[in-house]
Design a protein around this ligand. Structure first.
Ligand SMILES: *Cc1c(COP(=O)(O)O)cnc(C)c1O
Length: 396
């Protein structure tokens, strides 16, 4: 048999972590890596965080799972925390980001269709977006590499150039239900939408009675130094999909919505067996208790600024390698002038620094939000050493 027991959909690298300690991962053979990937913006409290472990342990001993047929004191508590700290009036819990986006898509359609506007089903989505790997979420992205082999796609998505407000307006038609957009594209290369774009989408949504649904699966949960990235833009969304960081490493996602936006999400319209189970709620509550306060958020902003300033100075030493730094808070990208992937592999294999490659030849920095001076020093040592001994591969 040639196929591996793990379905071979990931080109896995040689790093095989078996333990995590704060901002480091330790490999099977004992090698220590500085983790500036955080499981792709997931482990925001780092690895082996005592509070998070304690909350999960205690809940696992008490009650791990019950059906959503029963009342949920654990879910009510976390939903209330999210409602108190965001624009949302109501929350649906999922197990992943794609499911949170799926719920956002269904909520946007149901907003119109529950009011008798059955033709309104189209969402305007944006180039180089990433919304997940389910049929609906790959259909929502124009990235054809995710479509190959999985046709036909789901109907009802119109692709618009990211950050192009004029084009977004021109795509609005009688079937439009709303917009689905990442305020800061993650996989697309840490590309923040402009202020005018997000504010403009809000205005268009108001004018045409459309849903503004944000995919904050990567940029949400304190990553950018605000609890959610929409706060940077001074707007109120209708729907937000969140996941990744919200469980701190425990699989958890959520769809947040205003009361108005959720008008179609009534008894029996949606569900999930695991979604919102007590164990996940304990993890999410521990994360929210740690991050949803101004002191924590201000520290993320301050740390992000410090790293960014140093990065901007640093890249000036290597004008052939690096172009610019972009992003917000601790969601930062270094756009390279050469292919970013081989450099990311070089840092990983020769300097034990883990980052994430992204679109547009960008190197993503997504460190745990709890990094301190020691980790920042270690990061710059590894990055400097890595840039100094990097040989740009010959174009093949
Ligand atoms: C990771 C990601 C998703 C998908 O989340 P999964 O948990 O992998 O399903 C969706 N949207 C964005 C912006 C993401 O970064």
């Amino acid at each position: 048999m040639a196929i591996t027991p793990l379905m071979p959909v990931y080109p896995r690298c040689g790093v095989r972590p078996v333990r995590g300690e704060h901002c480091h991962l330790i490999d099977e053979d004992g090698t220590r890596y500085l983790d500036f990937a955080s499981g792709i913006a997931v482990n925001l409290l780092g690895h082996s965080h005592e509070g998070l472990i304690g909350a999960i342990q205690k809940q696992a001993e008490t009650l791990m799972h019950v059906s959503n047929l029963y009342g949920s004191p654990q879910g009510e508590k976390l939903a209330q925390m999210l409602v108190d700290n965001t624009f949302a009036d109501t929350v649906f819990f999922t197990n992943s980001g794609a499911e949170a986006v799926e719920t956002a898509i269904k909520t946007a359609r149901a907003y119109h269709q529950s009011a008798g506007n059955d033709h309104k089903h189209e969402l305007i989505t944006f180039t180089n977006a990433f919304h997940g790997r389910t049929m609906a979420t790959i259909s929502a992205s124009n990235q054809t590499k995710m479509h190959h082999g999985f046709q036909p796609l789901l109907e009802g998505f119109k692709y618009c150039e990211f950050d192009d407000l004029e084009m977004a307006e021109s795509l609005i038609g009688p079937n439009t239900a709303g917009f689905l957009v990442e305020p800061i594209q993650g996989e697309g290369g840490i590309r923040p939408a402009s202020d005018a774009f997000i504010k403009g989408l809000r205005a268009l949504a108001d004018e045409h009675d459309l849903m503004l649904a944000l995919d904050e699966v990567q940029c949400g949960v304190a990553r950018t130094g605000k609890l959610y990235a929409y706060e940077h833009y001074g707007i109120t969304p209708d729907i937000v999909a969140t996941a990744k960081g919200i469980g701190g490493g425990f699989p958890l996602g959520a769809c947040l919505a205003t009361e108005k936006a959720a008008r179609g999400m009534t008894f029996g319209t949606h569900g999930s067996t695991y979604g919102g189970n007590p164990l996940a709620m304990a993890a999410g509550t521990a994360v929210m208790e740690a991050v949803a306060n101004e002191a924590f958020l201000a520290n993320v902003r301050e740390t992000g600024e410090r790293i960014r300033t140093r990065l901007e100075q640093f890249i000036g030493n290597y004008p052939d390698l690096f172009e610019l730094v972009r992003g917000k808070g601790l969601m930062l990208g270094i756009k390279m002038k050469v292919e970013s992937r081989p450099f990311f592999v070089h840092l990983r294999d020769n300097h034990q620094l883990l980052m994430v490659a992204a679109g547009d030849n960008t190197l993503r920095l997504l460190p745990p939000l709890v990094i301190g001076d020691a980790e920042i020093e270690e990061f710059f040592e590894k990055l400097s050493a890595g840039a100094a001994d990097y040989k740009i591969p010959e174009a093949s």
